[in-house]
Design a protein around this ligand. Sequence first.
Ligand code: F0G
Length: 440
Amino acid sequence: MTLPCSVASSRIAGRGTGSTSSFTYVRIAAGCFPEERDRSGVWRYRELLPFSDDAPIVSLVEGNTPLYDAPRAARYCGLNALKLKHQGCNPTGSFKDTGMTTAVTQARILGARTVVCASTGNTAASLAAYAARAGLKCAILVPRGQVSHAKLAQSLDYGGIVLEIEGNFDDAMRIIRELAEDESIYLVNSINPFRIEGQKTVAAELLQQCAWQVPDHVVVPGGNLGNSAAFGKGFRELFELGVIDRLPRLQVVQADGAAPFAQLFARLEQDSTVEDSTTSLTPIKHPQTLATAIKIGAPVSWKKALRAVTQTGGRVSSVSEQEIADAKAIIGRDGIGCEPASATTVAGIKRLVNDGVIGPDENVVAVLTGHLLKDADYIIKYHQDSLYTHDRASNRSKEERRITGTFSNAPARVKATRAAILQHLESHDQSHHIEDRSFD
Ligand code: F0G
């Protein structure tokens, strides 16, 4: 919904913290978007961005992502309703595009020739695409063998120089930061503030889709924690401008095997005497999760993310590989789907509802960060009951490491006859009803 300009202006004038905000942001609150650059779901909120009006924008018409109702996922979580903001519907299939448009625009303003990043796959794909649009050389560092085929394929196709290193994402991150000490090289990981600026506009787009009614909880996956930081900044700025009158609680969810931020949060909760200024995150040396996008042990933006969580009264939690896999399948069954990392949100919400942190009637939005096709191998394995965790060091047997295909939907081999197909369809109907009841 958009507000008529006059209504928007009185809303803002009534609640703004300063007189300048009364007029500058009216266009946004009113949904007045007449220009070419307004086609971008990021640049349409340009008054919130630190760019001049004639910035040489590099855009792929990012943002504009849907906010879906997800009744099946809601029921699975124990909620009356659940909304999913699908950032996987961006041009390269992940939320990274909303920050890459601003970071690569800034690279162009600075006259950079080479843009670089370390990545678990999505940042790489996004950077490669935007660098191609801008005509910049692009080098990306990825941990060898730990990036999904789809993400790697994207980076190759967009013309990125893909450098595979031995080690994990945190190693790649360390090396790329050293590399970026060279002035001709521009780093666009989320420690780059221009990435955060673009990503924060998702908060505005989301709120506009909610008719500026603030959800009780916004739930995001946590990896390197740029996204959590960006949502925190976006909501805080809109609140300070008077566009909204309260903050949603930001809930961050990590995978159990890669949850340094959740561990830090648990420590802070247990020991309330620890001062924020003396807090520090203990990195995890060998993070493990099949949700490779968030297989990160030393997240760079944890301080900003912690501020976002504490300022909004949110929490940080973590979920198991089994919970992620099942939640992912349920999101698929709403006809939506996402990549594994994104499903931590629905898995996390289920837990938070169980623990009484989220009430069944509360208004909850989960942010799906990546498209279902980003990691097809994972999906095929889950549905064929052949998905295994990698934590071989723990001496667990292969069977103990198997993820159960609780909601699996394996392909069937049938005879090429009408009778065989009809018979299969009938038995399939029955098994679907059983699954429906399993989470009622
Ligand atoms: N979901 C997906 C699909 C991601 O690709 C990432 C991060 C996250 C969640 C976590 O977001 O890092 O801002 O907390 N992917 C990065 C990458 C690390 O290189 O593509 P975050």
